[in-house]
Design a binder for this molecule. Structure first.
Ligand SMILES: Nc1ncnc2c1ncn2[C@@H]1O[C@H](COP(=O)(O)OP(=O)(O)OP(=O)(O)O)[C@@H](O)[C@H]1O
Ligand SMILES: [Mg+2]
Length: 378
């Protein structure tokens, strides 16, 4: 596919796994949440890291759906891992040797969208000097990932529906039907049901692509994933910045756990990039290396309005984290301070996915074969 389009350039699959190695240990005497030098990181594959039950259930479904040809719709807020899940659907299908083509429909200019998706004949419009295949043809039996499908114009929605119904495309400026074979995976951060109800998304197309819907939970509801993701990203970032980092301090990790993450995993990754850039070589990431929004413990809320119950739960979670932070992770003291029994506190920690420092964080990681992520021991 020729690149350099002003919009909607598809990305070919196959991000190369980044190798990781063990950076130097930090200075003794600090109180770390975990260090990144305690385990070898060589050769970990960049799979999906989670211990959240809802996410793990989604991944089970992904693995079952992957070998089938049925279309899948992935819903989730920005940065929740929709593209990662789409790639996994491709990698675990029988089509892995064929292309995975991704296109962001929101960035596809109306004027170019048709030619981008369906191709064009030579001379079909000014500037179309040579004939060109569209993405449907380029996919050639692989997976076509239509990201932000909810942003397609109604004209393109109608054309897409025809391709799905008839299994053929007509290049712009050509009458010849060309058979296409592809597995469709679509994603959106919107609620497509709502879009359909309000008439912004075609009902017939909705039912075509809505055969299976996978909903990815936002990061703020997967508190237990934060230490796992930090354990994944820190060594990778240290390596790519060629800067040894000892690890992250307990207090800083607590702040990350308390924050609301409206931009989800991508925002967490960016925050860690910033921290790795700011920390002194070989040092521990501390509160001072985190951005102000996170240090203030400012709870940015979800894109969708929360119910009273959700708001109360978020407050309760934040309060528990704060008290645990104050008591240095001592659960007996924290329970006393919160007016709970030790078991009562433990139940709440389990419910909110909070790991105590004396708990083993476990390694329930869904990803590539053989396990793909590690939380480091605290
Ligand atoms: N569970 C996860 N484990 C490891 N990395 C993750 C996970 N979820 C997301 N990421 C990383 O976070 C970033 C965002 O993920 P991805 O692009 O898949 O999200 P998205 O839902 O498609 O976001 P957007 O809606 O903004 O396109 C990527 O760098 C991805 O590798
Ligand atoms: Mg995406």
């Amino acid at each position: 596919m020729p690149g350099g389009e002003p919009c909607g350039t598809p990305a070919a699959a196959g991000a190369t796994p980044r190798p990781a190695r063990t950076p130097a240990r930090g200075s003794p005497g600090t109180r770390p949440a975990f260090g990144i030098g305690r385990r070898p990181w060589m050769g970990r594959s960049p799979g999906i890291v989670t211990k959240d039950l809802r996410f793990l259930r989604v991944l089970e479904q992904v693995d079952r759906l992957a070998p089938t040809p049925i279309p899948v719709l992935i819903e989730g807020e920005s940065g929740t891992g929709k593209e990662l899940v789409a790639r996994r659907l491709h990698e675990k299908s029988g089509r892995a040797a064929r292309p995975f083509l991704a296109v962001n429909c929101a960035a596809l200019c109306e004027t170019l969208a048709e030619s981008e998706l369906f191709g064009h004949a030579a001379g079909a419009f000014t500037g179309a000097l040579r004939e060109r295949k569209g993405l449907f043809e380029e996919t050639a039996g692989g997976t076509l990932f239509l990201d932000e499908i909810g942003d397609l114009s109604s004209a393109i929605q109608a054309k897409l529906l025809r391709v799905l119904q008839e299994g053929v495309v007509h290049r712009v400026g050509e009458n010849l039907p060309r058979a296409v074979r592809f597995r469709l995976v679509a994603a959106t951060h919107r609620n497509l049901r709502e879009e359909r109800r309000s008439g912004r998304f075609r009902e017939d197309l909705f039912f075509r692509i809505h055969v299976v819907r996978l909903k990815l939970p936002p990061l703020r509801e997967r508190g237990g994933d934060i230490p796992l993701l930090v354990g994944r990203f820190l060594p990778e970032l240290a390596l790519s910045f060629a800067k040894p980092v000892a690890g992250i301090e307990e207090g800083a990790l607590r702040l990350l756990e308390r924050y609301g993450w409206p931009g989800n995993v991508r925002e967490l990754e960016n925050e860690l990039k910033r921290a790795v850039a700011l920390v002194e070589p070989g040092g521990w990431i501390d509160r001072e290396h985190l951005s102000e929004t996170i240090r203030d413990g400012y709870q940015e809320t979800a894109a969708e309005p929360a119910t009273l119950q959700e708001k109360l739960e978020r407050l309760e979670r934040a309060e528990i984290l704060q008290v645990l932070d104050r008591t240095g992770g001592n659960k007996t003291r924290a329970a006393r301070e919160l007016g709970l029994s030790r078991q009562g506190l433990k139940n709440k920690l389990a419910r909110y996915g909070i790991e105590g420092p004396d708990d083993s964080p476990g390694e329930t990681v869904a990803g590539e074969e053989g396990g793909s992520g590690h939380a480091l021991p605290r």
